[in-house]
Design a protein around this ligand. Structure first.
Ligand code: RB5
Length: 173
């Protein structure tokens, strides 16, 4: 499979471990960054990683920030994305089987790498069950979101916010 991955500056090292793990399993990885510990912000990488999935360039996505909360919320703002923040194998399987999640998020500071690998395995191996009920639920979820004009694929979408971050308008971490 082709897996799109992304993280913020808090856990790029964990992202690299995930990348290596996926490659060792024979998957192709699209790494959307970030690539070092220089302060940036998770929405940029949630958006980038999610858009590869939404466009069909990647089959599925795996994203992470410190807690997984910020980046999963960001990915969920991309039309066509159903991102699930996951901390256990059962939820990972459920997210795919019932909600056809196409991205999973983990907290790189919360969940250990061994469990993250198990979560990824469960998510990739689980098969979506397209029952009438599941299809209706997913249709409802998908109908909630529309991209902002100029959002999809726009590298400059966050420029205004990045300027604020650079000027100390947001927390330091
Ligand atoms: C750092 O920006 C931290 O807030 C982030 O990694 C994440 O934990 C947010 O949910």
């Amino acid at each position: 499979m082709i897996i799109s991955i992304g993280s913020d500056h808090i856990v790029p090292d964990i992202k690299m471990k995930i990348s290596e793990y996926l490659k060792s399993k024979g998957h192709t990885v699209i790494d959307n960054g970030t690539y070092d510990f220089v302060r940036t912000h998770y929405p940029i990488f949630g958006k980038k990683a999610a858009e590869k999935v939404a466009s069909g360039e990647a089959d599925l996505g795996v994203i992470l920030c410190g807690t997984g909360v910020g980046i999963s919320n960001s990915a969920n703002k991309v039309k066509g994305i159903r991102a699930a923040l996951v901390r256990d194998v059962t939820t990972a399987r459920y997210a795919k089987e019932y909600l056809n999640a196409n991205v999973i998020a983990v907290g790189g500071r919360i969940t250990g790498i061994g469990l993250i690998e198990n979560i990824i395995d469960a998510f990739l191996e689980a098969q979506y069950q397209p029952t009438k009920e599941n299809e209706e639920i997913i249709k409802g979820i998908d109908s909630l979101i529309k991209n902002d004009e100029g959002q999809f694929g726009n590298e400059h979408f966050f420029d205004e916010f990045i300027e604020k971050w650079d000027n100390g308008g947001y927390p330091k971490e």
